[in-house]
Design a binder for this molecule. Structure first.
Ligand code: GLA
Length: 376
């Protein structure tokens, strides 16, 4: 296996890891100043990094079998493209924000599963950001407010360099995650609160079913949903749909009504979920997960047949609730399952996929885990 020394002719200064995420509920509301309830997962992207005393950036990924080399000043909208844009974009964004940083040599040694809807891109951005923060003494990684500033740079990398108009939930989760908890992210005031979420304590497991249908967020659908939501807010004379009411939503143009209704009802479901979790009533959140999926499938139209089938098969075999997670159009679904039903749910989902002649799904558990950290 190619190592850092073979690639760059010296040892790295350290290793940094950042997790992917699963969103428990609160989907497609981050860019509407809404509330989301994601958690960081155990799967991590790991980068080995050495600081340079010039402006050069040399990047290599073992998973992608690909390299990029350039200077920070050469980074620009849509360049570099592909995976390298996420890492190089972070350097660009930190410099844009006024931080004094130089170049780096970086090797991606491990990655959150790619394309599974578990935010491998945010994990790459956040592990890079934490490494650069430490190597150039920015002093941001040690405090929650500093980590929010790093998350902002990662979001800028994704929005401005990669060109994906994503809303910021993934980067905040990867940098701020707390083991055994989900994070209540308020995307209007930028605050977060750790909410207890430990399914095992209730004899439950949160299963992740990767449909292996590969989504692409940079393509048109995500941006079209975001534009519709912004248009709806403007039509109501509000800065966002955060405080819109269902009564107001019915006054919108008919094509905007279901989109806006999803935002309003989903934010309400997040509040209800948090109330149940705070009250120690985790097993009761199942119907809220199901309702979230129905809203995403019918009102927001970001699901797909494979995600719908994963959820319905999981419920049939005993899941308390199931929904797609992440941007949709493929990627993963989650199912809240009594531990003794886990095997039955996995078999039922696999059988349903085989019968429909879909690719075999990849099924794993998800552990609410800590955010990005130095690991060597
Ligand atoms: C993707 C985006 C997030 C969020 C989700 C949907 O993961 O990166 O910002 O919008 O989709 O909730």
């Amino acid at each position: 296996m190619t190592g850092f020394r073979e690639l760059f002719g010296r040892e790295p200064d350290g290793r940094w890891a950042a997790p992917g995420r699963v969103n428990l509920i609160g989907e497609h509301v981050d860019y509407a100043q809404g509330l989301c309830l994601p958690f960081a997962i155990a799967e991590r992207t790991v980068v080995e990094v050495a600081a340079r005393d010039d402006d050069r950036v040399r990047l290599h990924s073992l998973a992608e079998q690909d390299s990029w080399s350039g200077t920070i000043d050469e980074v620009a909208p849509r360049s570099p493209d592909g995976w390298a844009g996420y890492a190089a974009g972070v350097l660009w964004a930190l410099r844009q924000a006024g931080h004094k940083i130089g170049g780096i040599d970086l090797l991606v040694t491990d990655t959150v599963p790619l394309g599974a809807g578990l935010s491998s891109s945010a994990a790459l951005e956040c592990s890079t950001a934490l490494a650069v923060d430490e190597l150039f003494g920015l002093g941001l990684g040690g405090t929650p407010s500093g980590r929010r500033a790093l998350a902002a740079a990662c979001i800028s990398a994704e929005n401005d360099v990669v060109g994906a108009a994503t809303g910021g939930m993934d980067q905040a989760t990867s940098l701020l995650g707390v083991a055994g908890h989900a994070l209540l992210l308020d995307m209007r005031d930028g605050t977060d609160r750790a909410v207890p979420f430990a399914p095992a304590d209730d004899g439950l497991a949160l299963m992740v079913i990767d449909t292996r249908v590969r989504h692409r967020l940079a393509d048109g659908q995500y941006g079209m949903r975001r534009a519709a939501v912004e248009k709806a807010a403007a039509a109501l004379g509000r800065p966002s749909l955060r405080d819109a009411t269902l009564a107001e939503v019915t006054t919108l143009d008919p094509d905007l009504v279901p989109r806006a209704r999803h935002i309003v009802t989903e934010i309400a479901r997040v509040r209800e979920t948090v109330e149940l979790l705070d009250a120690g009533r985790l097993p009761e959140i199942g119907p809220l997960l199901d309702a979230s999926h129905a809203s995403l499938a019918h009102d927001y139209e970001v699901s797909c047949d494979e995600l719908d089938l994963a959820c319905s098969a999981a419920r049939r075999a005993g899941a308390l609730g199931a929904r797609m997670t992440g941007g949709g159009f493929g990627g993963s679904a989650i199912a809240l399952v009594p531990v003794e039903q886990e095997d039955a749910v996995a078999s039922e989902v696999r059988a349903a996929f085989a019968e429909a002649r879909y690719r075999e799904p990849e099924i794993r558990g998800a552990q609410p885990s800590a955010g990005a950290e130095r690991v060597g």
